[in-house]
Design a protein around this ligand. Structure first.
Ligand code: A3P
Length: 324
C-alpha cells in the first residue's frame, strides 16, 4: 500500500511540475491539467479513478461543477432509488445527511484503493463527481458503456456567489481570505477548481446531446420551478419511473418535500454534523446549505460584472444549443 502510494505521489509530482499554476480558492494553488484547473490532490484522485475504479454497467454518476446542486440531487437520487426501502419519517437522510448517502468518487477513492469496498455497494451504485466529462476514463463515459450520468448545472453567476461563500468557509486557515473581487476575476478567467465553469458544462452538454440515454442534463433553475416534473424525469432516466399508483399516491411530492432546502437544512445532522471527505478535508454539513435561491447574484454583482459574465456565457455557449 505504502509503495503504491509513493509511486502514485511521484507520478503526481512529475505531472504537476510540468503544469501551469493558478491561485486556489481553498488551498494555495491549482494546476491546469488537460484544460481544467485542479488542486494537486484532485489530480491524484483522477489518476486513481483511471487506475483503480471499475465501473459497473448499472452505475449512475451525479456530475456537476461545484455548488450547482449536488447536495439536492444526491438526496433526490438516493430517495428515489431507495423509495421502496425507507419511509420518509425514518429516512437515512435524517441521520447521515445528503453527503453520507452515497460516496463522492473523487474523495472516497483515496480511502478505497487499492482494494475497493465499492464492490459492496448496493446496485445501482450511485457516485458523485466534480470532474469534467473529458477527464474521466472512457470506461465511464463511452456511449458503449451502459452506466449513466446525471449532470446538474446552474446560472454561472449564482454558482460563483455560492462557491465564493463556500470556499471562504473552508479556505485553508494559513492563507489570507480571498476577496469577492478576486474570486470574480479568477472565475471569469476560468481559474476555479474543476473549471473553467463553461467548459465543464459544455463537455457534459455535448455528450448529453450525443447520448441522451446516457446523460441527463438538468438545470437547478428548472428544478426550483417545477421540482416534481424534474424528479419524474430523473426517476425515468434512472430506470425507476414512478408508477401511476405512486403518482396518485403522492410519492413524487413526498420525495420533493423530503429533499427540499427547508426540510433538509433543518435536520439536526445538517445543522451540527460534519462530512469527512479525506482526513484533511472535514466540512460542516451546514455549509452545504446557504440560501438555496435562484438569482442571489443580484445582491453581489454590479451591472458591469453581470454583463461581463453574461457575455462570456454567450460567447462560450454560442452554437451549442444551450442557454444559461
Ligand atoms: P447557495 O449557496 O446559492 O444557497 P452543492 O450542493 O452542489 O454544493 O451546491 C450548493 C448550493 O445548493 C447552495 O446554494 C445550497 O444552498 C443549495 N442547496 C443545498 N441543498 C439544497 C436543496 N435541498 N434544495 C435547493 N438548493 C439546495
Amino acid at each position: 500500500q505504502e509503495d503504491v502510494d509513493n509511486k502514485l505521489n511521484g507520478k503526481v509530482n512529475d505531472i504537476v511540475a510540468t503544469l501551469a499554476k493558478g491561485k486556489g480558492w481553498r488551498g494555495p494553488e491549482v494546476f491546469l491539467h488537460k484544460g481544467f484547473w485542479l488542486p494537486q490532490n484532485a489530480i491524484k484522485s483522477l489518476l486513481m479513478i483511471h487506475e483503480y475504479f471499475h465501473p459497473k454497467p448499472t452505475d449512475i454518476f451525479l456530475a456537476a461543477f461545484m455548488k450547482c446542486g449536488t447536495t439536492w440531487l444526491r438526496a433526490l437520487m438516493f430517495a428515489t432509488a431507495n423509495r421502496h426501502q425507507y419511509k420518509t419519517s425514518d429516512h437515512p437522510l435524517l441521520r447521515t445527511g445528503p453527503h453520507g448517502v452515497f460516496p463522492s468518487l473523487d474523495a472516497q477513492i483515496f480511502l478505497e484503493y487499492p482494494v475497493s469496498k465499492f464492490d459492496n455497494l448496493p446496485s445501482p451504485r450511485l457516485f458523485a463527481t466534480h470532474f469534467a466529462h473529458d477527464l474521466l476514463p472512457t470506461s465511464m463515459t463511452s456511449p458503449s458503456s451502459t452506466c449513466k450520468f446525471v449532470y446538474v448545472c446552474r446560472d454561472p453567476k449564482d454558482a460563483l456567489i455560492s462557491k465564493w461563500h463556500f470556499m471562504s468557509k473552508i479556505r485553508s486557515k494559513e492563507l489570507t481570505p480571498m476577496s469577492f473581487n478576486e474570486a470574480y476575476e479568477l472565475f471569469c478567467n476560468g481559474v476555479s477548481e474543476y473549471g473553467p465553469f463553461w467548459e465543464h458544462v459544455l463537455g457534459y452538454w455535448k455528450a448529453s446531446q450525443e447520448s441522451p440515454e446516457k446523460i441527463l442534463f438538468l438545470k437547478y433553475e428548472d428544478m426550483k420551478k417545477e421540482p416534481s416534473v424534474e424528479l419524474k424525469k430523473l426517476a425515468k432516466f434512472m430506470g425507476m419511473p414512478f408508477t401511476t399508483e405512486e403518482e396518485e399516491g403522492g410519492v413524487v411530492e413526498e420525495i420533493v418535500k423530503l429533499c427540499s432546502f427547508e426540510n433538509l437544512s433543518n435536520f439536526e445532522v445538517n445543522k451540527d454534523g460534519v462530512q469527512t471527505f479525506r482526513a484533511q478535508v472535514v466540512v460542516e454539513n451546514r455549509n452545504f446549505f446557504r440560501k438555496g435561491n435562484v438569482g442571489d447574484w443580484e445582491n453581489y454583482l454590479t451591472e458591469e460584472m453581470r454583463d461581463r459574465i453574461d457575455s462570456i456565457t454567450e460567447t462560450r455557449l454560442k452554437g451549442s444549443g444551450l442557454a444559461l
